[in-house]
Design a protein around this ligand. Sequence first.
Ligand code: GDP
Length: 156
Amino acid sequence: MPHSYLINERTFLAIKPDGVQRHLIGEIIRRFEKKGFKLVGMKLMQASEDLLKEHYIALRDCPFYSHLVEYMRSGPIVAMVWQGLDVVKTAYAMIGETNPADSRPGTIQGDFCIEVSKNVIHGSDSIESARREISLWFHTDKLTCWADSTEHWIYE
Ligand code: GDP
């Protein structure tokens, strides 16, 4: 079994408003759950403009920034925290490339979307981003720590 701090790595994933409207919540959660990752936090919420501006602060000078914030405000989002060995890197790979056109079949963006401006899911791109995003979207002391009985069948 890898050291517990390694399997406790966390990432932030969010099903965007188009993913919710297109009834992809179950399909998306299913992929991470079946992979073997552990869900430790989840909420369906309408994000505020302030939260979204802060979430995408690194993109504030991009021409699509305000469009992006509007898109993310256009309906409810499913905000989630997932845990597991290398979850940041692996979940990001399972999502696909930022532009769905560059994403392979088998990835979420390769399978479910076409345009970069309607790309159904967000995932943290690094451990540092994951830390920042989790603390932005969740009270970290409210995340649920639980013992997954399948852990011995997933990790050596
Ligand atoms: P990510 O790490 O894959 O989410 O990619 P980025 O941080 O570069 O972009 C954040 C989000 O901005 C993407 O997931 C898209 O929703 C959106 N985005 C990125 N590039 C474009 C673009 O050229 N046009 C529009 N409208 N949205 C974009």
